[in-house]
Design a protein around this ligand. Structure first.
Ligand code: A3P
Ligand code: MG
Ligand code: MG
Length: 404
């Protein structure tokens, strides 16, 4: 399954893959062996303000409250402040990681991977992905691989030009977050008749108008097999008081109300994404709001993240998380090996920073993964697009800090 070949540096020749990993879950003919995954622990957290300013505090942290049944998820749609889709830059995560490293130097040892949680979710669920392809940019700096999702101009544009029907469905997810959270820890649940406005003019239980600039993010350390990883991601809210630990984090999700066996199978299939998204940050609880097609909240059900695999086992929409972990571990090890083998020794570290290679990982559903080294035009494309000075996709300040 592994075809390694020399990287072409001539611009006139197509660049050959340095690694090919074909894969699909149905190809797994034997039981997956268990690759251990260490329980994530939080290193640092940060907030984005309504103006999308990063602050090292917990000002954007939200607290869970029970949402009113019958709540209208389209409420406030016309007041939604929507953050434009961006390229998946690592800058904020790197700022947090640098801050942690400066305040507590050397506590972690060698880290193999630094990534946003969304990218790790895509990697781990790839064996079961049947529809969406994706691409990553990868750099190896001082022994650590950095992963960034690569969005082509075309993909970025289509993510921003969402059809109205899809746009409102997206809003339902954010609106559910508002109905489920408050800005202060309070034992009281949202109550009352959701159609009766309160003194602030909003229906009771409304947690405030949606501004998707606002996010609270947790950066955790964990380990997959022998690879230590630093992963950052958004956490929707906490249940009760915030203690700085992941054990009362809550992930909020919406889904269409289940009306029959085929709906149920569809939901079970979807649970793999919910599961890994939460698992990777150590989020122990996933609260799902089931809604009607027109956005009325009908029921709410909480799942314990660790129990989800057992829930789907043997069902029509079944998936096996051990297979995903084994695949993820193999992907990381073989990617690292391929990069090591194909990196010119003089370009690997110090000296010529601007020559650091950038690798492109491409995933096709039911086919697998290929890895290529980007040529100069590819690197220029990755570096372009914002004001920050970059080496590949990493900010220059970070590469200098990391290799110092
Ligand atoms: P739902 O997941 O409830 O549909 P998250 O669940 O990750 O906290 O994201 C909150 C909401 O953002 C989602 O709510 C969904 O509406 C929207 N969203 C997240 N990822 C998305 C994606 N890849 N495509 C479209 N919408 C997305
Ligand atoms: Mg979220
Ligand atoms: Mg959510």
């Amino acid at each position: 399954f592994l075809a390694a070949s020399a990287t072409s540096t001539s611009p006139s020749q197509a660049i050959q893959p340095v690694l090919e990993l074909p894969y699909a879950a149905k190809d797994a003919k034997r039981a997956a062996s268990a690759v251990p995954f260490q329980l994530p622990t939080q290193l640092i957290s940060f907030s984005y303000t309504p103006d999308r300013v990063l602050e090292f505090n917990d000002s954007s942290l939200r607290y869970f409250v029970d949402p009113p049944r019958g709540a209208q998820l389209s409420y406030g749609y016309d007041r939604w402040v929507r953050r434009p889709e961006e390229r998946g830059r690592l800058d904020s995560l790197l700022k947090a990681w640098q801050k942690f490293g400066t305040e507590r130097p050397g506590v972690l040892g060698e880290v193999g991977v630094v990534s946003w949680r969304g990218v790790m979710t895509k990697i781990l669920t790839a064996p079961y992905e049947e529809r969406d392809d994706w691409e990553l940019n990868v750099m190896l700096v001082g022994g650590t691989m950095y992963f960034e999702e690569h969005l082509s101009e075309e993909k970025l544009q289509s993510k921003n030009d969402v059809e109205p029907r899809h746009r409102i469905q997206m809003y339902y997810g954010y609106s559910f977050e508002s109905w489920c959270t408050s800005e202060s820890p309070s034992p009281a649940s949202h109550s009352g008749n959701p159609s009766q406005p309160t003194s602030d003019g909003h229906p009771p239980g409304w947690g405030g108008d949606v501004n998707t600039n606002v996010q609270w993010c947790s950066v955790v350390k964990t380990k997959l097999g022998n690879t230590r990883m630093v992963i950052g991601g958004e956490v929707d809210c906490v249940r009760g008081r915030y203690t700085g630990k992941t054990d009362n984090f809550v992930e909020l999700k919406t889904s269409l109300t289940i009306r029959g066996a085929s709906d149920e199978a569809r939901f079970e299939k979807k649970l793999i994404k919910f599961y890994f998204q939460s698992f990777l940050l150590g989020v122990p609880e996933i609260t799902v709001g089931f809604r009607t097609p027109s956005g009325v909240l009908s029921t709410v059900q909480s799942f314990r993240t660790i129990e989800i695999p057992r829930l789907v086992r043997g069902k029509p929409g079944a998936w096996d998380p051990t297979l995903c972990l084994e695949w993820g571990d193999r992907f990381i090890r073989e990617l690292r090996d391929a990069i090591d083998v194909h990196s010119p020794p003089d370009k690997r570290n110090d000296g010529n920073l601007s020559d650091l290679p950038v690798w492109r990982v491409s995933f096709s559903p039911k086919v697998g993964i290929t890895v290529k080294q980007l040529d100069d035009a590819g690197i220029m494309d990755v570096e372009a697009g914002d004001d920050e000075q970059r080496i590949g996709f990493l900010p220059k300040w970070y590469v200098e800090y990391a290799l110092d």
